[in-house]
Design a protein around this ligand. Structure first.
Ligand code: BT5
Length: 320
């Protein structure tokens, strides 16, 4: 463990002033080294008070998605066991993809404060201003068939909605397949990408973006943020941790073959189910009543001629 992480652990355990002498003994470094590590933590945004003859005290945490903050009290077995955080990246999905190709194990997660080329589906842009949202990408290596991969988007949407509800109490919904909706506006989105052979998934990258503390002027029209809806800023750390916990719970159930129980939750959280919709995909539009989802995460539409048609991707337009 790096010395800064050890220092944070001690500060959190003691919850008061600790002398430089005690710190230097616990860490096994000189007192001037202690001071240097404290300076490093301050540079990261930790507020540390130094009082002559008394010592140091942790007085404030940075509003940043740092591994030490995200990992503190997380208590997951798999998801987020390894966390990478960056100030700025092109896209967390790109970086996670590169890590996965180099053999990074399942459960590793990449966070960024901002993205210069945040992506949605079909190369669309994902607006990712610094310090406002949660932008994360997770490396997963499930033993499923490539055509089942879209179900990861379903379970991730369930996880995100449950996490937002837990942390804010806001009435939050899923628009099939990947939108997180509050008050009919988009507060988040999911982008699942896959590296696969014909009959084998090599890895999946689960990308998720949630607008947390954006004000109206820092969002596209028809988008919203948790702060706008909640009325107060929301802790990005608390939200990100809850997302990781929910993802672990649902992902482990999925790989255990229990997709039906996740479908049950999706049905309760979906704003698409039971509606008359048109799903537009590559210029083709299919209209019908949204009846259910299946094992592959596909949407089952009942056409006017009574036939059930399965759509596997697309944008949903609510017809009434
Ligand atoms: C999505 O695509 O909703 C998937 C978004 C995934 C973003 C995450 S952030 C971490 C990871 N790294 C990445 O590079 N991406 C993932 P889609 O359903 O295609 O929606 C894209 C559309 O949403 C855009 O065309 C805009 O209309 C709208 N949009 C863009 N930025 C938005 C934002 N911040 N909030 C709400 N809507 C937005």
């Amino acid at each position: 463990m790096v010395v800064e992480e050890q220092l944070l652990k001690i500060f959190r355990r003691e919850d008061g002033f600790i002398s430089g002498e005690e710190l230097s003994q616990s860490l096994g470094v000189s007192r001037s080294a202690v001071w240097k590590h404290i300076e490093k933590l301050r540079e990261e945004g930790y507020e540390i008070i130094a009082q002559p003859h008394t010592g140091y005290r942790l007085a404030g945490l940075p509003d940043k998605l740092l591994p030490a903050e995200l990992g503190w009290g997380l208590r997951t077995k798999l998801i987020g066991k390894k966390i990478y955080s960056y100030n700025e990246v092109d896209s967390t999905n790109n970086l996670a993809w590169q890590f996965a190709e180099k053999g990074e194990p399942e459960g590793a997660c990449v966070f960024a404060e901002s993205q210069t080329k945040g992506r949605g589906r079909l190369g669309r842009k994902w607006f990712s201003p610094p310090g406002k949202g949660v932008y994360l990408s997770l490396i997963l290596r499930p033993d499923v068939l490539p055509q089942q991969a879209p179900f990861l988007t379903i379970l991730s949407a369930v996880s995100a909605v449950k996490a937002v509800r837990k942390v804010t109490g806001l009435s939050t919904w899923i628009k099939w397949p990947n939108d997180i909706i509050i008050n009919k506006k988009k507060a988040g989105g999911i982008l699942t990408e896959m590296s696969a052979e014909t009959d084998r998934v090599k890895f999946l990258i689960l990308g998720m973006g949630i607008n947390v503390n954006n004000d109206r002027d820092s969002l596209p029209s028809n988008a919203t943020s948790l702060k706008i809806e909640f009325g107060n800023p929301v802790s990005r750390i608390a939200l990100a941790q809850e997302i990781l916990r929910e993802l672990e719970f649902h992902y482990l159930r999925w790989v255990d073959g229990k997709w039906k129980s996740i479908r049950g939750e999706w049905q309760n959280l979906s704003e698409t189910l039971g509606k008359r919709v048109a799903v537009v995909c590559h210029g083709r539009s299919v209209e019908g009543n949204a009846r259910d989802i299946d094992e592959d995460g596909g949407l089952l539409l009942r056409r006017d001629n009574g036939i059930i048609e399965k759509v596997i991707a697309g944008d949903v337009i609510n017809m009434r």
